[in-house]
Design a protein around this ligand. Sequence first.
Ligand code: GDP
Length: 327
Amino acid sequence: MTARDPLLDPVLAGDRRALARAITLVESTRSDHRDRAAALLDGLREAGREALRIGLSGTPGVGKSTFIEAFGTMLTGQGQHVAVLAVDPSSARTGGSILGDKTRMDRLARDPNAFIRPSPAASHLGGVARRSREAVALCEAAGFDVILIETVGVGQSETMVAQISDIFVLLLAPAGGDELQGVKRGIMEIADVILVNKADGDLKAAATRTVADYAGALRLLRKRPQDPDGFPVALPVSALESAGLDRAWQAMRDLADWRRDAGHWQARRSEQAAHWFAEEVRAGLLARLSEDGTARDRMARLAAQVASGERDAKAAAAEMLESLRGA
Ligand code: GDP
């Protein structure tokens, strides 16, 4: 039997430093760290704890950090333990994190009931996905009630964050005219709650119009089985003035409660688990391709043949896969 990981009990007890160290462990690419992380995550499952995982997306400048600071502070004020994780796909390219700035959310960062973790620098989105998912599992085991998973509204990161969230919130700014700010249909389709931020001062009227526009657009979307009447919903908020946050929270809780009662909550988590299992297998196969010298050479040779037009892609892939059988 392997020894009980020394981080296991402190994480279960909600020890912040142990949690931070455990997240550093799951972020590591060293194979001995990966093995230890996998055993730790497995061990933590026994606690069977479940948090409300809220994905939050929005373009830079829409007010994500201001919102999280205000919303998180409201929740901790109600006695909830809140973890904030940032998923920044740009860190995969630049090695730096635009969401990692420590000066963001400084009030929440000092709040004893909150835990903030910036985005890990990772070499590719797949790596970011796995680490984020594992960091969520660690925060959940550490006993947090609400986990906010923040991402910028670019590329595939939103779909990925939706795959690790129970509820997906889209933060938008008031639009100038009556146009829906070029929000991609795909994003609208995964949003459960749309919050139009900056509904204050001069922007208030525009925010009210924008909410109405989105409410109209949402009604045109196909009704999803995982939604009660009235969802997805569009609401105005002002992160700056902490206005509308309680209503937004009520909407999220109503949706979560309904989904739990209707069985959609568990179904979504099961689907997500199956999705991530398949992703892990895929990533493992790809890793094997790059780690195994013979496979790598064959792959390079076949790729060159496909590139030169000598071989068909499908046939070459079939040969590659055949060579892996029993490897
Ligand atoms: P992020 O890039 O999405 O994290 O956005 P920030 O939270 O950094 O906010 C970008 C800018 O919008 C800052 O100047 C904020 O002060 C401002 N802002 C954020 N929330 C609100 C709001 O509710 N009302 C108004 N008027 N400005 C806001």
